[in-house]
Write a protein that binds this ligand. Sequence first.
Ligand code: PEP
Ligand code: MG
Length: 576
Amino acid sequence: MTKMRILNGQTIVPGLAIGKICTLFNEDEKSVPHYSIQESQVEYEIKRFNEGLIKAQNQLQEYIEESYKTLDNNASKIFYSHFMILKDKKISSSIINSIETKLINAEHAIYDIFENFINVYKDKHLHFQELVHDFQDVRETLLNEFLVSDDDTACPIPGKSPVIIVTKRLSPYMVNDLYNKNVLAFVSEEGGFTTHASVLARSMGIPLMFNVPVTSYCKCNDLAIVDAENGKFILNPDQKTIIEYEKKNKAFKQNEQKYKDISVLSAKTKDNLNIDLKVNINLPNEIYLLENHNFDGVGLLRTEFLFLDKTLPPNEEEQFQIYKKIIKLCEDKPITVRLLDIGSDKTPVYLDLPDQINPDLGIKGARAVGYFKEIFLTQIKALLRSAIYGNVRILFPMITDVSDIKIFTDLIKEAKVELNSRDIKIKSQIQIGAMVETPSAAIMIDQIIDYVDFINIGSNDLFQYTLAISREHPDIYKNYHTLHPAIVRLIKMVIDKVNEKNKEVCLCGEIANIESAYPLFLNMNLNCFSVSVSKHSVVKLKLSEIEISKTKDLFDGFFNLKFDDDIDDYLKSMNS
Ligand code: PEP
Ligand code: MG
């Protein structure tokens, strides 16, 4: 009898799945044939390479066309950029040169040349990691045209039966290939929240976990449970665990109907207090998922994704069209668009940033304006133009004090002057807001609030900077409670100051997705939240169960908690 094993990981797309595993491990050096050739074979080897290259290019072209039909622009953009890598003459001539001079087989040459590119970027700044992934993905596609796949008959075949896909590194191609093929969940050893693969899996709504050490333990046909609600991967579960999770899965499915029912209603507590429940939009197309939802606008439109998957920044017209589309779909609901939040994990490759020892503490927020003023001006112009179609509000990222706000408001003035000189019609008034996501902004809130119309609390960065833990450090991050009292106290401080001025304060970081914390949040006089699209109905349902009178004094009780266990117990007692 195989032993049950529980592996922890990072939830990227929440959900539950029980099923058989299909392992799709990527190429590694050992599986790529390496052999020497004779000079007389060079011509043949180059011919093989050229044929493989053309097949891979055709394959990518099919992906691009298919993604137009099935997915969204993001997929086609990713595949297009990969297609362009395969078209790059420098790469193909380096491979041919390597075959000729080193007298090696085509696969070996392909592997080595791509490896050189990967090594150039691997140890660089975090933002080059996407490029490293791109080179790995393109190499895999190209090698697939040469490699004979291992015998995998023991595997449940995706598309024929439901499967949990387990892999070392989830590539966007795998995700795309597996679209509509009955994939229950993805589990991968490596990855991050912003990889292209996660972007696509999120668009498809398939549960996804990263950082699970799967390759050492899993094989095809093993039974597994993916608990991407709690970051757990259970391999070879025993009978008791299977029964427990089958029940959970059933409850999960039943809740889905409840979520559907509540999605069309407005957000309010059991005793009828109206709550402003907005959504965070990361990919423009996510807005379509809200078709039948009653939501109170977009509380945070992260615009980074418009900039990340590109080789050049999107121009004014491209951005204008995207903003206009979202704004029109939201009719008169407020759309809070955050200006490009450059930094650490979210830096487009084309931005020529100097090397920084600690990018999280470097060129970010308003500081980035000094380096990339034109990019910000272009974005603001596109936004001002689109604002005539609805209720657009501009949100400033990474504010530390009022001088940062001045930098952004000066830019808005400059953009208006330029648009006026082009005789372009714009709205005279547009609301502006500040992200409070640095301890400095929380401390200076009494001054900041006088310069803006609304405040968004970004608990993700507030957590990182207050507790001095990088968001990119899952090993350390997981040791701290998400509702750390330091964060909750700071949030309360901000809410009180903003409420005193009768302005809007909205919680838009990830903790707004923790429905069990809502009794506490409401008791803290917070009544505006912006949550992930997938959590919108979940939170709405939770709100409908809360009676405000019963939340009395919860913050006072929370204020003095010291240990994680106390916080967990308190959360439980608030919800019992
Ligand atoms: C935050 O920091 O909480 C936030 C909403 O911004 P992001 O996660 O995009 O940094
Ligand atoms: Mg942030």
